[in-house]
Design a protein around this ligand. Structure first.
Ligand SMILES: [Zn+2]
Length: 299
């Protein structure tokens, strides 16, 4: 089960007094290896995705501004990170990780980007710590390679607003977002299916809603590839989410997704998405659980 190796310590204020938990990207591959969930030979290294590939999703003016690090200050503020060539390079690597994971998943059944899930990036702008939309780029790459129908399942606690807008006119990509209604982004875009949940809804209600949605979407869209944003900011105690899933319920969420992929014999590539629990071990345990649950999809 290949996974992206990523080691880049980068910290930036999330809100006053909070830090964006970049250390998880360094710690996750180490923990997966230490726990025997993956082997060293499972890891792959991405490279900065080409600007031509990025242009399959993102607008020429936006790309030019990123290449020259010349975004207007208001756009940089919406992104939330100070813009630098290093940050742009990092986003290109993350995007490549998802493109590669999707390609590998078609052979192995399942593959991971141990980062990614930058779903707040629109074609012409970024926001919410996202510059380039990695799963949108992976979907565009798959369509170019002849895959007819892609399903993006976004279970990060925040709505996949950028992804939804990018594919709003594209019937070959079905966008499904299940998220907390009251959290960022406050103004939502329209996915093919949105399920907006009330604050702290019960885990059983969450899982029932997910189960119902998956059992409708798969026969309706018949995807040849699933791209899954498995953000763990749905956990109880997360600093940005408004849901309250217990760790076991978060694991069951992943199990429902992977069981559906296996039932429909559909390869699945996974991006890790958000996770802002004050206890880094809670975040890492939940991400490791996603890897463990995915084993049923391995060919
Ligand atoms: Zn999130």
């Amino acid at each position: 089960m290949p996974a992206l190796a990523w080691s880049d310590l980068y910290a930036h204020p999330l809100k006053r007094g909070h830090r964006f938990p970049m250390e998880k990207y360094d710690a996750l591959p180490k923990r997966l290896l230490a726990n025997g969930i993956i082997r060293p030979t499972d890891l792959f290294e991405p490279y900065p995705l080409s600007w031509d590939a990025i242009a399959t999703v993102h607008a020429p003016d936006y790309i030019a501004a990123l290449r020259h690090c010349e975004l207007p200050a208001a756009m940089v503020r919406r992104i939330g990170f100070p813009l630098s060539l290093r940050l742009v390079q990092r986003e290109r690597m993350i995007a490549c990780g998802s493109v590669m994971a999707a390609r590998i998943a078609q052979k192995t059944g399942v593959a991971f980007n141990a980062a990614g899930g930058t779903h707040h990036a629109f074609a012409d702008r970024g926001e919410g710590f996202c510059l380039l939309n990695d799963l949108a780029l992976a979907a565009a790459d798959a369509l170019q390679r002849g895959i007819q129908r892609v399903l993006i399942i976004d279970l990060d606690v925040h709505q996949g607003n950028g992804t939804a807008e990018i594919f709003v006119q594209n019937p070959r990509v079905f966008t499904f977002s299940m998220h907390a209604a009251g959290t960022f982004p406050l103004i939502k875009t329209r996915s093919d299916l949105d399920i907006a949940l009330p604050d702290h809804c019960k885990g059983t209600d969450y899982l029932d809603a997910l189960n119902r949605a998956l059992s409708q979407i798969f026969p309706l869209h018949q995807p040849e590839l699933v791209l899954y944003n498995a953000g763990v900011d749905v956990l109880h105690g997360d600093k940005t989410g408004r849901l309250s899933l217990e760790p076991e319920e978060c694991r069951l969420r992943d199990r429902l997704v992977f069981e559906a992929c296996r039932r429909w014999n559909t390869p699945v590539a996974v991006a890790m998405g958000g996770g802002y629990h004050p206890d880094i071990n809670s975040i890492l345990d939940a991400h490791c659980a996603t890897f463990e649950e995915s084993l049923i999809c391995k060919r």
